[in-house]
Ligand binder design. Structure first.
Ligand code: 2HG
Ligand code: ZN
Length: 474
């Protein structure tokens, strides 16, 4: 039997705080509960957990020293970017002995934009909005865009392999990160930052770290892929009769090379957004399902979009070409998260369904939920990515609801974690879609990078079976 690790005493924490202060400065080691509080709670209010200390290094060297000190003290570390995550991966709570919360927000430098290589190097703490602000004057764009762009940081987006609204055209964050710099659990700096377009020298460690949720190493800098920003844009909101009709509409829409976004939401979600944001309704009548699409190109894409929309069985259509009108249409979709949140901490599911299964999954939800919660459904249609938010569920119903929903997704050949990550919210459910050998290999990867298990404990992987337990069949 392995001995339980020794408890972390108040004296240990004080000593660690002093050592950390010597590295990052007194102002950046937060021991006071009031100062730590904003870092210890996610914005939905569902995930919160006290930290021993919050530490805010300014650069890679300081981050490495912080990790060396924490590893030496045997104290776990939870890395955090903009704290916009939705699966409990960026707030403490995975190690009962207590954790240091490592905020990367001060790593906020943006390097020069290289228009020939179409790359830029950024610190992990740069927000997506700040990046957009820097690259757009060059006629370039970062391919990933999210509603939480003002707070979400590139480090957090890479750590979770964030998807967002433009995946249909540009892929997820992994496809848009060319290289990374990261600090290992024991404080070594891994430099895979060059991000060359061709480089097959060994395993793709940068690709592995993207999406590893801070469980393998701490991302400190990223080399990002930039694309030409298409100057002409047209958006359209289509009202359709059903999710099946929205899925069918993808066929003509996806023939358009200019298609950049295809999102859906339902009448219930729209009503919530309108009431929460005091917004005017897009149409005089409510419709069961809405599809928001946007095309972007060097030429004006309005006509080709109109031709495709004519094949989409839409009941009503609103078109927007200028920026203000497009933002007004986008708000109906982007403001779902805050509108849902106003009803109390939701139970969130971020799942992918194979497209042919998507309509049935949504249509059968009322039966599956059996009145135990109100469902608000929206998401990224082209990828079959459904954001199912349940509100009003009793605490005692949460686990059975999660089993029912995620079990249905797994049975349909879907993914229980589409773009938000696994975190602590979904770790126990990973075996629904990953077999025993698969989980064992992932555990081996974790052990190779973080043998002491101090990086983001409890996130991503299911707890190991108790000693002596028989392995579960895959
Ligand atoms: C979005 O697509 C985000 O707006 C958040 O991924 C989804 O709040 C959610 O469930
Ligand atoms: Zn999303």
């Amino acid at each position: 039997m392995t001995a339980a690790p020794p408890a972390v005493t108040t004296a240990d924490v004080r000593l660690l705080a002093r050592r950390l202060s010597a590295v990052v400065g007194d102002a950046h080691v937060l021991a006071d509960a009031d100062l730590r509080a904003p870092y210890e709670r996610d914005f939905t209010g569902r995930w919160q957990g006290g930290s021993l200390l919050v530490v805010r290094p300014a650069d890679t060297a300081q981050t490495a020293e912080v990790l060396r000190l924490c590893a030496g003290a045997g104290v776990a570390v939870v890395p955090q970017g903009g704290n916009t995550g939705l699966v409990g991966a960026s707030v403490p709570g995975g190690d009962a002995r207590g954790e240091v919360l490592l905020s990367l927000r001060r790593l906020d430098g943006v390097g020069p934009v290289d228009p020939r290589a179409r790359r830029v190097t950024v610190g992990a703490g740069v927000t997506l909005a700040a990046l957009q602000h820097q690259v757009r004057p060059h006629g370039l764009e970062f391919g990933v865009d999210l509603a939480s762009r003002d707070s979400a940081t590139l480090g957090g987006m890479a750590a979770t392999n964030a998807g967002g609204e433009r995946v249909v055209r540009y892929g997820t964050t992994r496809a848009n990160v060319a290289g990374v710099e990261a600090v290992t659990a024991d404080g070594r700096v891994l430099d895979r930052l060059a991000g060359l377009p061709k480089d097959n020298t060994g395993y793709d460690l940068a690709g592995l770290l993207v999406g590893s949720e801070g469980t393998l190493a701490v991302l400190t800098r990223l080399r990002l892929v930039l694309r030409t920003r298409p100057p002409r844009r047209t958006a359209a909101l289509l009202a359709v009769d059903s999710v099946a009709a929205a899925v069918a509409a993808l066929e003509p829409l996806r023939r358009l090379e200019s298609l950049e976004l295809a999102e859906f939401f339902t009448a219930d979600g729209l009503a919530l957004v309108l009431a929460h944001g005091s917004l005017p309704a897009p149409f005089r009548t409510a419709h069961p399902v809405y599809l928001l699409v946007e095309c972007a190109a060097a030429h004006d894409p309005t006509e080709e979009l109109a031709d495709a929309v004519a094949l989409c069985a839409a009941r009503e259509v609103a078109v927007a070409t200028d920026g203000g009108a497009r933002r007004r249409l986008a708000a109906y979709r982007e403001r779902h998260t805050e509108a849902v949140n106003s009803l109390g901490p939701p139970l969130k599911f971020d799942v992918t369904l194979p497209l042919p299964e998507l309509p049935r999954f949504v249509d059968e939800l009322p039966g599956l939920l059996a009145g135990r919660a109100r469902a608000v459904v929206f998401g990224h249609l082209a990828e079959g990515n459904v954001h199912l938010n349940l509100v009003g569920a009793a605490r005692s119903d949460e686990e059975p609801l999660a089993r029912a929903v995620l079990g249905r997704v797994a049975d349909a050949g879907g993914s229980i974690s589409a773009e938000h990550g696994v975190g602590r919210a979904k770790a126990a459910y990973v075996p629904l879609t990953r077999g025993a050998d698969d989980v064992a290999l992932m555990r081996a990867v974790k052990a190779a990078w973080d043998p002491a298990g101090i990086l983001n404990p409890g996130a991503m992987l299911p707890s190991p079976p108790p000693p002596g337990a028989r392995p579960r069949p895959a």
